[in-house]
Design a protein around this ligand. Structure first.
Ligand SMILES: Cc1cc2nc3c(=O)[nH]c(=O)nc-3n(C[C@H](O)[C@H](O)[C@H](O)COP(=O)(O)OP(=O)(O)OC[C@H]3O[C@@H](n4cnc5c(N)ncnc54)[C@H](O)[C@@H]3O)c2cc1C
Length: 387
C-alpha cells in the first residue's frame, strides 16, 4: 500500500486524488484541508455554475505561454475533457466554455465528494498543514493534529486569492524556508483602481472595447465593463488585470471605446443627427451615464462627446486586493519543479499542482483547465515513482 498525502482539497487536489484512486487500488490517498468543507472555492466558481474548461485553451492566455504549451502537447485538451467524462461529469458547452451539465457548482462538489468517498479517499477536513520534512523514502507531514509519515506529498494549496474560501497563502513562508523561490504573488482577475474616479457611475455596465497600448504586445478585448467608485471591473477588465500586473504598467492609459463598430466620423454624423432630440442620450445610455455625458455635450458639444465615447481614457493605479481577486499570479517558481513531472527539484517525494505554482490564466475556465492539466501531469509522474 502506497500512502499519498495531498494538502488542499479543492480543484487540483481533488482531480489528483480521483485520478490516482481510479488507476491504483493499492494507493491510499489522504486529502487534507483546513476548511471544514470540501471544494469550498469550487462551489463559488463561474457565478455558481463552475466554468470547468476552456475549449482548446490558447497558451497566450496564460502568463507562461511556452511552458503551458509544452504541457498541453503532452496531455491534449481532448484528454482533459475525456477525463472529466470518465469520472462521471457530463459537460455542457456554451461557446468556448464548458460547464458541468448540472450547471451547479455546489452539485458538482457534492458529486465529487460522493465519488472520492466511494473510491476510498480519506478526507481530513478542518486539519491544517503546518510544515513537513522529507527523507529519501518518504515525507513526514506536520498538521494541526500531529505528525504522520507518507510515501509521497503533493501540495495543492492554491494562492492567496479568496482567503474566505480557504487559500490563505499560509504555507508559502514554509516553502520559502524549504528553499523554494516564490515568484511575487499578485492578485489578478479582479477589478482595477484607476486615477479617474466616477462614484456616480458605480454599478453601471456598458459594452465596449478596452485597449491598452503596452510597450510590446498591446491589449485589446471587447465585452461588458462595470464601473466601480474608484475604477473599473467586468470580465474584460479581469483579463486586463493580468496583463497590467504582469507588465507592471502603473500609470498607463486604458482606453474604453464604447462604439467600437463606428469610426469617429460615422459616430459624429449619427449623433449630430440624433442630438436634435433634447434627451437623445437617454436613448443610448443608462440614466446616470446619460447625465454624465450631457455635461460633456454642454461643455464640448457633440464632437467632444464623440471623443469621449471613442477614447475614454483612464489611468491604471493598481489591482484590487486578494480578497477581490479570483486568482493569484506568481507562487512556487516553475524553475524549482521538474516541468516533466511537477515534482520538486529541491526535495524528494514532493510535488506541486494547480494555482500554488506560478501559472495564471485569463477568465473563461482557463484556471480550472490548468488545475486539471497539472493534476494529470503530476499523477502520471507518481505512477512512475511509486509503482
Ligand atoms: C469567485 C471565484 C470564481 C472563479 N471562477 C472560476 C471559473 O469559473 N473557472 C475557472 O477556471 N476558474 C475560476 N476561478 C479560479 C479557480 O477557482 C482557481 O484557480 C482554482 O480553484 C485553483 O484550484 P487549486 O485547487 O489549485 O487551489 P484552491 O482552489 O485555492 O484550493 C486550495 C485549497 O488548499 C487549502 N489549503 C491552503 N492552505 C492549507 C493548509 N495550510 N492546510 C490545509 N489546507 C490548506 C485551502 O483551504 C483550499 O481548499 C474562480 C475563483 C474565484 C475565487
Amino acid at each position: 500500500m502506497k500512502r499519498i498525502a495531498i494538502v488542499g482539497a479543492s480543484a487540483s487536489g481533488i482531480y489528483l486524488a480521483l485520478d490516482l484512486l481510479t488507476k491504483h487500488q493499492d494507493f491510499e490517498v489522504t486529502l487534507f484541508d483546513h476548511e471544514e468543507k470540501l471544494g469550498k472555492k469550487i462551489a463559488a466558481t463561474g457565478n455558481g455554475r463552475c466554468n470547468l474548461l476552456h475549449d482548446n485553451p490558447l497558451p497566450e492566455n496564460y502568463d507562461h505561454p511556452e511552458i503551458f504549451k509544452s504541457f498541453l502537447q503532452r496531455i491534449p485538451f481532448s484528454s482533459l475533457k475525456e477525463k472529466l467524462i470518465e469520472w462521471g461529469i457530463p459537460l455542457k458547452r456554451e461557446g468556448d466554455l464548458y460547464y458541468p451539465l448540472s450547471e451547479s457548482a455546489p452539485s458538482l462538489v457534492r458529486y465529487l465528494w460522493h465519488n472520492l468517498t466511494a473510491l476510498g479517499a480519506k478526507l481530513r477536513l478542518g486539519e491544517k498543514a503546518l510544515d513537513y520534512s522529507t527523507h529519501p523514502n518518504g515525507v513526514a507531514l506536520l498538521t494541526s493534529e500531529g505528525e504522520e509519515a507518507f510515501d509521497y506529498l503533493v501540495f495543492a494549496v492554491g494562492g492567496k486569492s479568496g482567503k474566505n474560501l480557504g487559500s490563505d497563502g499560509s504555507l508559502f513562508s514554509v516553502f520559502e524556508r524549504h528553499g523554494y523561490q516564490i515568484q511575487s504573488m499578485v492578485p489578478v482577475l479582479c477589478p482595477i483602481r484607476t486615477k479617474e474616479h466616477f462614484p456616480s457611475l458605480q454599478g453601471l455596465r456598458v459594452n465596449g472595447t478596452v485597449r491598452i497600448k503596452g510597450r510590446d504586445t498591446p491589449f485589446e478585448k471587447s465585452g461588458q465593463i462595470l464601473f466601480k467608485k474608484d475604477g473599473l471591473s467586468g470580465i474584460v477588465i479581469f483579463d486586463a488585470s493580468i496583463y497590467l500586473a504582469q507588465k507592471g504598467y502603473k500609470g498607463i492609459e486604458i482606453v474604453l471605446d464604447l462604439f467600437p463598430h463606428e469610426t469617429f466620423q460615422s459616430l459624429k454624423e449619427k449623433l449630430r443627427k440624433d442630438s436634435i432630440h433634447p434627451h437623445f442620450l437617454e436613448a443610448y445610455f443608462p440614466l446616470e451615464l446619460a447625465r454624465h455625458f450631457e455635461n460633456i455635450v454642454t461643455k464640448q458639444g457633440v464632437d467632444g462627446l464623440v471623443s469621449t465615447l471613442k477614447h475614454w481614457a483612464f489611468h491604471y493605479e493598481e489591482n484590487y486586493p486578494f480578497s477581490d481577486a479570483q486568482v493569484t499570479m506568481g507562487g512556487i517558481s516553475l524553475n524549482d519543479v521538474d516541468l516533466r513531472t511537477l515534482s520538486s527539484k529541491k526535495e524528494e517525494r514532493v510535488s506541486f499542482v494547480g494555482e500554488c505554482l506560478d501559472m495564471a490564466g485569463e477568465c473563461g475556465g482557463y484556471n480550472l483547465t490548468w488545475c486539471l492539466l497539472s493534476a494529470l501531469i503530476a499523477s502520471e509522474a507518481l505512477d512512475a515513482v511509486l509503482c
